[in-house]
Design a protein around this ligand. Structure first.
Ligand SMILES: Cc1ncc(COP(=O)(O)O)c(C=O)c1O
Length: 347
């Protein structure tokens, strides 16, 4: 029997060919915060936002966002992956930059509403594509002196994105950038706020110009420990051990948290601790982990005048491949969701 989701006529898109880019969908959902309370939220078709030119999000970067994915499972359900973790992380960002928080029920409701309204854009199972959901909170209203805004907009938009790897894994080269930092020692590196990404552009472009698609930052205080890549966490595999940095200046990745749990469940030792840059030669496999790709295998890291190599050429090593396949199949319901990571959206 066909599920409700399978009966929905899908948008005419080349799902497997979609880039990680913006594709127009039908609706976004918007909640306004005024006089200390959130509105009930409205679904709107408008893709633009009107705000005062003196809005604090524009001048002072009082803005935070999230990113999560929604999938059609093999048996035709529509599921969001670890939505509660994204809500918790957004809450932390909100507290840090003094915006009102988005409570768990409101966050879940907003994501469900936007997914339901755009159900025809949830890519069919088997295409490798997904619906990327981007919640966003903005400090609005007019304010010139530095201070938190009086009014806010919480918006959730959704856009279908293609499979990250179109023809199998593709390993990338990375370089350690010491010339620039993306975060400050007691700054907001552990929050998902726009300013971190503006700060990271310089290092990112610097690395790309030198021929490295991704860059790896060191801790901004001592420049001694591994921090993270520009938009993904670092994981290193050493024999049967999964190692990932403990640092106050990196974004706590939901993917990393999930992979760590899977690794432990597979009998690996999981270490979350400071990783001295001198340890780079000791890893068998290295990955950059995040929602967009799950794991991007890193086959080379350039640090000062040395190159360290990992995995097997253009392919990922066996442990990263296994972790990648496992997590990918949980997200599409092909492997049992024993940790309860999937939240079903009724369409
Ligand atoms: C700076 C940074 N680190 C790590 C990640 C990976 O986090 P997640 O697995 O929650 O997508 C992201 C992406 O959100 C990021 O922007």
């Amino acid at each position: 029997m066909m599920s409700k989701a399978q009966k929905i006529e899908k948008a005419p898109l080349q799902w497997s060919e979609l880039p990680f880019g913006y594709v127009k969908t039908d609706f976004n959902v918007r909640y306004y915060y005024e006089n200390g309370a959130w509105s009930r939220g409205d679904l709107v078709a408008d893709e633009s936002i009107t705000m005062h030119m003196a809005a604090p999000c524009l001048h002072y970067g009082q803005e935070a966002f999230e990113g999560l994915k929604v999938f059609e499972t093999h048996d035709g359900r529509i599921v969001a992956f670890r939505l509660d973790e994204n809500q918790k992380r957004l809450q932390k960002s909100c507290e840090r930059i003094f915006t009102p928080i988005v409570p768990p029920d409101m966050f879940r409701d907003a994501v469900h509403r936007v997914v339901r309204a755009n159900a025809k854009f949830v890519p069919p199972f088997g295409t490798g594509a997904s619906l990327y959901v981007r919640p966003l909170i903005l400090g609005m209203g007019a304010r010139i002196g530095l201070g938190p805004a009086d009014e806010y907009l919480f918006l959730v938009m959704a856009t279908p994105v293609g499979p990250y790897y179109k023809g199998g894994f593709k390993a990338v080269k990375a370089m350690v950038v010491e010339e620039f930092d993306r975060a400050a020692p007691l700054g907001v590196g552990d929050c998902k706020v726009g300013g971190n990404y503006a700060a990271g552009l310089r290092g990112e472009i610097y690395g790309k110009k030198k021929g490295y698609p991704i860059v790896l930052y060191l801790d901004p205080k001592e420049k001694r420990y591994l921090d993270e890549f520009s938009t993904s966490n670092f994981i290193g595999i050493k024999g049967n051990t999964y190692v990932t940095p403990h640092s106050e200046s990196i974004l706590p990745s939901v993917t990393n948290k999930s992979l760590s749990q899977l690794a432990a469940d597979m009998g690996m030792t999981v270490e979350r601790r400071p990783i001295d840059v001198a340890e780079l030669p000791e890893f068998d496999e290295v990955g950059a982990v995040g929602t967009a790709a799950v794991i991007t295998p890193v086959n080379l890291i350039h640090y000062r005048d040395r190159d360290y190599t990992y995995g097997s050429g253009d392919d990922a090593g066996p442990v990263i491949t296994k972790l990648y396949n496992h997590l990918s199949k949980i997200r599409t319901g092909e492997i049992e969701d024993k940790f309860n990571w999937l939240d079903e959206v009724e369409v």
